[in-house]
Ligand binder design. Structure first.
Ligand SMILES: Cc1ncc(COP(=O)(O)O)c(C=O)c1O
Length: 457
């Protein structure tokens, strides 16, 4: 039954509507209940899943879900996830799962090679980019003597992902010790401004500690100047962490390689296979250039785990991160790459770059849109414009437009702000999305936008 449902869902997804929301009251009425004392037939429970849960979610794997950073797993990843759950291997220590641990090491070796990291680099698969960013900050913080930690300053761009702020909060960094450097008009890290701030902070007795760069900012897809930041961090002895959670897979393509050049000089890199590498949620990853630092930061040896002390060459992934009990996350990635081949992922990354360029060209041609930030990697930001409506009302117009687009259940986009104005975003990472989907979305946006503009006049 589950296999049938999964296959039907997977094969018919492109023809389905996007989904629906509901109010907390409606869902509490439908699903809020005490735990049943006795069990029910599985078919009945599956029926409730289909009728009462599935309709109240948006399908982030749908080819016309281009909001935030979408999903879009390949089928071998779904199967790998299934097998991971069925086997339930404990992937925290070598003693309990040497085979799965070796597969994780192999997958990490692939990623190290793709980003240009040396073999002594190490890493860990995580639940996602947020956990990877947190793991990076802990690793970088552990190098600072306790006495100096109150003086540490973290430098970020105003285009960072908010998981960085939360990671900083979790490690106890005072909010005043996060210096957000305003980006330039290209929305990239402004390196001269960063240097100036570092000098000010040193003069004031603070301890410049780490810099977070974007390799594919969530907002606009921009990539910060990696080599300039790496030069500065080497000179100033700062830890450079690159948050490439969204953008990293582009490195498989010639354009991405050019854009991300210098990423291999970072001290640590976050990359999310559950974004642009077609994996089911959850699959994130952190790589650390100076590998042994990971173990120095996280390894602990309580008495009740004395049996799992690794012997020569063995790795306990519980020593590389926050979790002890860990799923065999590498399986779905390993299976996907084995079944589809690396070329499939390179083609996907390349296709998504071209889809974004195509979307920008279509929007420009339609004559009722303004590109708010030219395409970077596979993200395009734009807005609907209408001379019939006063420009001061365009924010409201675009917010209404995105809402009505979602209500159509044919497509789902998200909004952001660029230069303090509301912009719509399209982010392409999904292997299902085609130019036909873009044509449909642009036509819908135009039609709905014009209807709203008429209504307003
Ligand atoms: C650049 C960037 N960093 C970090 C994250 C957080 O990743 P996750 O949602 O996997 O925790 C995201 C998510 O969109 C992101 O785009």
């Amino acid at each position: 039954m589950v296999t049938r449902w999964s296959l039907d869902h997977f094969t018919s997804l492109s023809d389905q509507l996007l989904g629906n929301g509901a109010t907390p009251q409606e869902l509490q009425a439908l699903l809020g209940e005490s735990a049943p004392e006795s069990g029910r037939p599985f078919a009945e429970v599956l029926g409730r899943f289909q009728k009462q849960i599935i309709p109240f979610a948006y399908k982030t794997n749908h080819p016309r879900f281009l909001a935030f950073v979408p999903g879009g797993p390949a089928f071998p990843s779904v199967l790998g996830d299934w097998l991971c759950s069925a086997a339930n291997f404990f992937c925290g220590v070598w003693l309990e799962a040497s085979g799965p641990t070796q597969v994780e090491l192999t997958v990490l070796d692939w990623f190290k090679e793709w980003v240009g990291y040396p073999s002594e680099a190490r890493g860990i698969l995580t639940s996602g980019g947020s956990e990877a960013n947190l793991t990076a900050l802990v690793t970088a913080r552990e190098r600072v003597p306790f006495a100096d930690r109150r003086r540490m300053v973290l430098y970020v761009s105003d285009q960072r992902h908010w998981s960085i702020d939360r990671a900083a909060k979790v490690i106890g960094l005072h909010p005043d010790r996060i210096q957000a450097i305003s980006s330039g008009p290209d929305l990239k890290f402004h390196v001269p401004a960063l240097l100036q701030q570092i000098e000010i902070d040193r003069r004031e007795g603070h301890l410049p500690w780490a810099v977070i760069a974007n390799a594919g900012a969530t907002n606009t897809g921009t990539v910060d100047p990696m080599n300039d930041l790496a030069d500065l961090c080497a000179r100033e002895k700062l830890w450079l962490h690159v948050d490439a959670a969204y953008g990293w897979a582009a490195i498989l393509t010639p354009e991405g390689k050019r854009e991300l050049a210098g990423i291999e000089r970072a001290d640590s890199i976050t990359l999310d296979p559950h974004k642009w590498l077609s994996q089911t949620f959850e699959a994130g990853c952190l790589l650390v250039r100076n590998g042994p630092l990971l173990e120095e930061a996280f390894s602990m040896r309580p008495d009740y785990l004395q049996d799992v002390t690794p012997r020569d060459g063995e790795i306990n992934f519980a020593d590389h991160g926050i979790a002890l009990t860990r799923r065999f996350l590498a399986l779905k990635i390993w299976m996907s790459v084995q079944v589809l081949g690396k070329a499939w992922f390179r083609d996907l990354a390349d296709r998504c770059l071209r889809l974004a360029a195509y979307a920008q060209a279509r929007l420009e041609k339609a004559d009722c849109f303004e590109i708010m930030h030219p395409r970077n990697l596979s993200i395009v930001c734009f807005r609907f414009r209408s001379t019939a409506v006063d420009e001061t009302q365009w924010d409201r117009l675009n917010e209404a437009l995105v809402q009505e687009l979602r209500d159509s259940r044919r497509a789902f986009l998200s909004t952001t702000r660029i230069r303090n104005q509301v912009a719509l975003r399209m982010c392409f990472i999904n292997w299902r999305t085609t130019t036909g989907d873009i044509d449909e979305i642009v036509a819908l946006l135009r039609e709905i936008g014009q209807k709203i503009a008429e209504r307003e006049t």
